[in-house]
Design a protein around this ligand. Structure first.
Ligand code: ADP
Length: 298
């Protein structure tokens, strides 16, 4: 008798896909520069010094530098008022050298998130947080997608995972990850269930899913015993446990049951960053208008 050795899931790595995307963006940036005489520009707005997302924003600025996008940083003091933040955003909206704006999240508790989001020009909202972009996604029109949600579906598409007709479960219903990921999966013709904190039988839903996208911010929320054999798992979680970066999925048990799984780190994260650059170049191209077709030879 031979013991069955479990076949481990394929790792869906975001890094190599991100490299491909950045190479394409570099070319687009070069032609934008040749056409307009300026590099496309991204501005990140940081409020306060110890914001948790500062590391993430620094990574974005480094990626910008690699592909020739001009990344700028506007730093406001911890005590910045809502009025200062919205005035800063209005100035950036009016600046033709600023093609995209990202505001550090979360903002200090005294600031109303909605007031800040509403102050971003939807045409420069490359992380898709403005209600206009959320509405465009909801209605199936082209807008800017929240980059993490975009990455969680794009990693499936680019890894050749079939989505059409599949049963997908999204865990998490946040406005920036869970819900947009669910809308994108519906757009890709999956049948989608959205689970959340009040879901009665999470394991039951997960156990029926061909594709599981986990964005709950809860390490170990999903493990191998909950998965349908052969399921594809996209882990959007980023948690620090005992000084280590882990996702929302118990990777070791999940990889023995799933057919494919995104690692943390190295899965959705690198792709999120690269996709933001594609959103930025699109915003820049839209801002300057379509390229003129070459003049016919006389
Ligand atoms: P993110 O920005 O990663 O989406 P949020 O904190 O905004 O994170 O949202 C977390 C989401 O995860 C919420 O929609 C919440 O309902 C869901 N969630 C949190 N804990 C659980 C849980 N134990 N089971 C199912 N869903 C959960």
């Amino acid at each position: 008798m031979t013991a069955t050795v479990p076949r481990l899931a394929r790792h869906l790595e975001g890094g190599p896909i991100a490299v491909e995307i950045r190479a394409a963006v570099s070319e687009d940036v070069a032609s934008f520069l040749a056409r307009t005489g300026r590099a496309p520009g991204l501005t990140v707005v940081i409020v306060g010094r110890d914001a948790p997302s500062t590391v993430y924003l620094e990574q974005i600025l480094r990626s910008c530098a690699k592909v020739g996008i001009e990344g700028r940083r506007v730093e406001l003091e911890d005590e910045a008022t809502e009025g200062t933040i919205t005035a800063t955003l209005h100035a950036l909206n009016a600046d033709p050298t600023v093609d995209g704006i990202i505001v550090q999240m979360p903002l200090p508790g005294t600031i109303r998130l909605r007031a800040v989001i509403d102050a971003i020009d939807p045409a420069k909202d490359i992380d898709g947080i403005h209600p206009v972009n959320a509405g465009l996604l909801r209605l199936g029109y082209d807008g800017f997608l929240p980059a993490t949600a975009h990455a969680s579906v794009e990693i499936l598409r680019r890894s050749g995972i079939e989505i059409e007709g599949k049963d997908a479960v999204v865990i998490g219903r946040s406005a920036v990850v869970g819900m947009p990921a669910a809308f994108l999966l519906v757009r890709e013709d999956a049948t989608v269930t959205v689970c959340h904190r009040r879901t009665a039988d999470l394991a039951g839903h997960v156990g029926r899913a061909d594709i599981v996208v986990v964005a709950a911010g809860h390490p170990g929320l999903v493990n191998g015993s909950m998965l349908k054999p052969g399921a594809v798992v996209v882990d959007v979680g980023i948690n620090v446990v005992d000084g280590r970066l882990v996702g929302d999925v118990d990777f070791e048990s999940a990889r023995e049951v799933a057919s494919a799984i995104t690692p943390v780190p190295g899965g959705v994260g690198p792709l999120t960053n690269a996709l933001l650059l594609t959103h930025l170049i699109r915003a820049a191209e839209r801002q300057v208008g379509p390229a003129n077709s070459p003049a016919p030879a006389s």
